[in-house]
Design a protein around this ligand. Sequence first.
Ligand code: BTN
Length: 275
Amino acid sequence: MAPETTALEGLLRDESAHAGPARVEVLDRVDSTSRYLLEDVSADALPRAGRVCLAREQTAGRGRRGRDWVGHPEDGIALSVAWPLEPGERVPPAWPVGAGLVLSETLHELGYAAVGLKWPNDLVVGEAKLGGILVEQQAPRVANGVCGRLVAGVGLNRAGSQRLQLGRAVTDLAAQGVPPPGWLELAGRLAASLLRAHPWLMAHGLSQAGERLGAVDVLAGQRVERLETGERFLALGIDPQAGTLRVRDEQSRERGGEQALHSGEVSVRRWNHAE
Ligand SMILES: O=C(O)CCCC[C@@H]1SC[C@@H]2NC(=O)N[C@@H]21
C-alpha cells in the first residue's frame, strides 16, 4: 500500500473513529476521483462506512452543470467520498447542502473564518470561489448485483489559485493569511467531516441544523439574479428541510411572493451593485 494511503487511513481513523473504518485510496493520477468511485463496481468496493479517494493529480475533473474542474497537483484538493445506497434508500434533499455546511465548518475550525457556503454547493470567500462540491447518485443495478451509491466530490484550492486563469474570481486558503495544512492532512480533515456527517444527514437531513446553516449561508439577505432568466430576487436563506434557496420576488413583496429555487434547475449570482 502506498505510504500516503496509510497516512490518510491513520488520519481518518483518528478523526472519525465512531463512523467505522472507511476504505481509503490515494492515487498519483486519475481522470476524476468521482468517476473512479462511481464506476468501480467490484464486489467489496463500497463499505457502509464509506470509501475515500484522493488524487494528487486529476486530469479530467468534473464540476457542476457539466463544467470542468481544474487544479494543480497538491495546490488543489481533489477528493471524493462514496457510500452505498440500498434499494429504496432515499437521500434527504438537503444532503448536498449539508456536505457544504460541514466542509465550511471544518475550514472555520482550521482558522478560515471567512469561508462561506454559496448555495447550493460553492465554498467562497467574499465573491471569490475557494472550492466546490459535486454530489452524484447512482441507482442500484439490481440484475448485476451492483449497489447504488452516493458520491460527494470536493475540489478545493489550497494554494496557487492565481495560476488557474479561469476568468472569474477565485481564491485559495494560502491567500487568507493562515498557512494551509499539508495536502494530505487537509484532505483528511475534509474527508473525516463528510464521513462523520453522512449517518446523521441520512437520518435527519438538516432539520436540526437550521441555525448552523444560517451561520454559513452567504446569500441570505442578498439580492440574487437567476442566471438562466435574469430574474432578480431577495434571497431569504437556504431551507434546511428541502435544501432549496428561499427567495422573494421583490416586485411582488406585498403579495408574499416567496418561492423556492431548486439547485438542479438554476444558478444564481449576487447583484448588489447599483444598477
Ligand atoms: O463545480 C463545482 O464547483 C464542483 C467541483 C467539484 C470538483 C471535485 S474535484 C474531486 C471530484 N472529482 C471530480 O471529478 N469532481 C469533484
